[in-house]
Design a protein around this ligand. Structure first.
Ligand SMILES: [Zn+2]
Length: 216
């Protein structure tokens, strides 16, 4: 595992360049081979929320499913607390308790990087929905972002562990690359200060993946 992760970290940048040229294979994480983009998006939400419902239940709580899961195009996304959505993004909105995503943008990541992109971005946003329910307050936005990455890693490893998803060679690279592409409307995802550096994000994701969401 550690060798794989190290290699993934070292080759992430190279793979990103290859992905941009469409040269990387697209390993599938979906054990049911239900492999349209829409299937993967739906599964990432459904499986992610099932996971969190179980987690909350084990702790004597009740997970509140998101109110809506909204695909949008370009500039036409829903606003959140008066703030307009932006193209090429996915976000969780606490006011309204919904997740929205630029469908074309996410599908282009799915095409370029494989379905792992969807299985990182959606669980990351669900992680913010969980933070809202746990009233997790952070002094810095980056702390919330890194915890959401950790939650996404923990969600993914649990789904792989339960057999709902499978990890194949190449999937970890795919997942790490996807971390760098995920963002929020409240900040510029290219700004290292907003979501943490690529290294911090990968470390957070790996921590969750190895140790589970309880370690986040
Ligand atoms: Zn985020």
């Amino acid at each position: 595992m550690s060798d794989t992760v190290t290699r993934a970290l070292a080759t992430a940048l190279v793979l990103l360049l290859l992905a941009a040229c469409g040269l990387t294979p697209r390993p599938s994480m979906d054990t049911r081979e239900a492999d349209t983009f829409e299937d993967d998006v739906r599964a990432a939400r459904t499986l992610g929320e099932q996971f969190w419902a179980q987690q909350f239940q084990q702790l004597g709580g009740t997970y509140r499913p998101i109110e809506a899961f909204i695909p949008y195009a370009g500039e036409s996304g829903p606003s959140c607390g008066g703030q307009p959505s932006v193209p090429e993004n996915a976000f969780y909105c606490p006011r309204g308790h919904f997740i929205a995503y630029d469908q074309q943008w996410m599908e282009s990541l799915w095409n370029a990087m494989g379905d792992g992109s969807v299985y990182v971005i959606v669980p990351h946003e669900l992680g913010h929905a969980v933070q809202a329910q746990l009233s997790t307050g952070f002094a810095l936005n980056v702390q919330a972002e890194l915890q959401a990455d950790c939650y996404a890693g923990g969600t993914l490893s649990a789904l792989v562990g339960s057999g709902a998803l499978r990890a194949e060679e190449g999937d970890e690279d795919e997942l790490f690359l996807s971390l760098e592409a995920a963002g929020d409307p409240t900040d510029n995802w290219l700004d290292p200060a907003a979501h943490g550096t690529a290294e911090q994000r990968q470390a957070s994701f790996v921590k969750g993946y190895r140790e589970g969401v309880g370690a986040c």
